[in-house]
Design a protein around this ligand. Structure first.
Ligand code: F6P
Length: 504
């Protein structure tokens, strides 16, 4: 850590620690800590007033951002420089949304045009009657499409999409049970086109089509990949290979051809709005400096809890059934990006990195895990996410109660409640932030996801780590391959488990 960075952290460590009640005594608390962004699909409001951020923190974190060269790192990412140094790669998910190096933006536009043409051709019946898509992918090749479709296609998808990720055959069998093989298309989504789970599921999907009378199963496959030559070698006709660039990271790939199932389910126009919403957030992130930059401000709050107060987890509760998959999407985004123990220069990190990201959906979670949030020994910073416009057409009682519960939880965590009976006392002073959308639609969902991408990046820059590699996932994969391949021997516990399961 250089001296300026060390000095910024020391200043942060030395700040006073008023509780939330004291912080709310400041008359401008709400205006200082809340913000509203007007975006293509409606406004998104952000309220960090119920966190322990205050003017002193914002200023000290701004000094930290300056000390680590945040603006230059952000500019380098957007310019397409190889900021993922360990893999020698640029990081160009924003180029998929039209923001970045002009050549990369043009290439992404060309890939999108190819994808739009195929989506429209399928809708027009070029591949026969297609009512189902089985989308096979894992990690970043599945979580984003699953989230976007679950959130946005509830009123009826143009094509029914089943997302299958697990190598457990039960997952694929469940999808088969919901699909008519005569009217089913298979998308094989894999950046590398080598991932064991995806290739095993893809082979079984071809068998299923063949066994159910489809004469040319390969004719029903679309490949979504940054390795188009591997897809062609595997048997997919070049006309149905939708490429994307190597510089788009797996967990940032929803905007590329990995978003094909989203476009097929919603229609190309909605997918274009999704990209536009993300681009609006990109522009905010790129053009706004200091604590007014909302993803950066969110990272300030994250680090206040992770680094200064040693909170080991952070939770996201969506008070919106349509966002029930958001926590698992954020888990990969944040934990695979920032779950690191060395800095970008290879030296050990200076403190805790990504907290364990978890969460759920409100109000369900209130009746399951909120006990710990209110009275447990862990302090868990919480993000609440909700939309003002209801997603349902039932009695307004549903949505009024949903939002009332969302806001009540933040108020209760902060205020607490004293009682003579210790079991009935709430300590309070527990932090939360609220993100409130006017409406959940393709554009605001795009902006919400892009906000979290930039927040993750901002955290990484402030901690001086590389958010874009993920070597930690490799060792387990190698050992699994060695087990399946036979020959290698392991510790006595692993050997005994293999023998018991009949794998040896
Ligand atoms: O193993 C982790 C990982 O590489 C993720 O980063 C990625 O999203 C996922 O596997 C799937 O990879 P691919 O798209 O290459 O199949």
């Amino acid at each position: 850590m250089n001296n300026t960075v060390a000095a910024a952290w020391s200043r942060l460590e030395a700040l006073d620690r008023p509780d939330l009640g004291q912080l709310f005594a400041a008359p401008d608390r709400l205006t200082t800590l809340s913000a509203r962004l007007d975006l293509p699909g409606g406004a998104i409001r952000f309220d960090w007033s119920k966190t322990h951020l205050d003017a002193a923190h914002l200023s000290a974190f701004e000094d930290l951002a300056a000390a680590v060269g945040f603006s230059a790192r952000r500019a380098a990412m957007i310019a397409g420089e190889a900021i993922n140094a360990t893999e020698g790669r640029a990081v160009e998910h924003t180029a998929q949304r039209g923001i970045g190096d002009p050549e990369s933006v043009a290439l992404a536009g060309a890939f999108h045009a190819r994808m739009a043409a195929l989506v429209r051709a399928i809708h027009a019946g070029a591949l026969g009657e297609i009512r189902h898509l089985i989308h096979i992918g894992i990690g970043g090749s599945a979580l984003g499409p699953a989230l976007a479709i679950d959130a946005l296609a509830r009123d009826g998808a143009l094509v029914d999409v089943q997302v299958v990720s697990n190598i457990d055959g039960c997952a694929l069998e469940a999808a088969f049970a919901r699909c008519d093989p005569a009217a089913t298309l298979i998308a094989v989504a894999s950046k590398t086109f080598t991932t064991t789970e995806t290739m095993t599921n893809a082979a079984s999907a071809l068998d299923w089509l063949r066994d159910n009378g489809v004469a040319d199963p390969y004719g029903r496959v679309v490949a979504l990949t940054a390795s188009p030559e591997k897809a062609v070698e595997w048997g997919v006709d070049e006309t149905r290979v939708l490429p994307f660039s190597e510089s788009v990271g797996g967990r940032y790939s929803l905007w590329s051809s990995i978003g094909f199932p989203v476009a097929l389910a919603l229609g190309w126009e909605d997918f274009a709005e999704f990209l536009d919403g993300a681009a609006a957030m990109d522009r905010h992130f790129l053009e706004t400096d200091g604590a007014a930059n909302l993803p950066l401000r969110a990272a300030f709050a994250d680090l206040l809890y992770a680094r200064l107060r040693h909170c080991q987890t952070r939770a996201c509760f969506a008070y919106d059934e349509r966002l029930r998959l958001l926590p698992s999407y954020l888990q990969q985004l944040e934990m695979e990006s920032n779950g690191k123990r060395v800095k970008a220069d290879g030296s050990p990190v200076d403190g805790p990195t990504a907290p364990i990201t978890w969460g759920g959906v409100g109000t369900d979670a209130q009746h399951a895990v909120f006990q710990l949030l209110h009275q447990g020994t862990h302090v868990v910073p919480v993000d609440f996410i909700a939309a003002i416009a209801p997603g349902d057409e039932l009695s307004p009682d549903h949505h009024r109660n949903l939002l009332a519960n969302c806001f009540a939880q933040g108020a209760a965590l902060m205020a607490g409640k004293s009682s003579d009976d210790p079991a009935r006392a709430y300590p309070g002073d527990r932090p939360s932030a609220t993100i409130l959308l006017d409406d959940l639609n393709p554009a605001t969902l795009g902006a919400l996801i892009a906000f979290h991408e930039h927040r993750t990046f901002a955290n990484a820059v402030l901690m001086e780590i590389n958010a874009f590699d993920q070597f930690g996932v490799e060792l387990g994969k190698e050992i699994a391959k060695a087990i399946v391949g036979g020959g290698a021997s392991f510790d006595s516990s692993t050997e005994a488990l293999l023998a018991e399961a009949g794998i040896r």
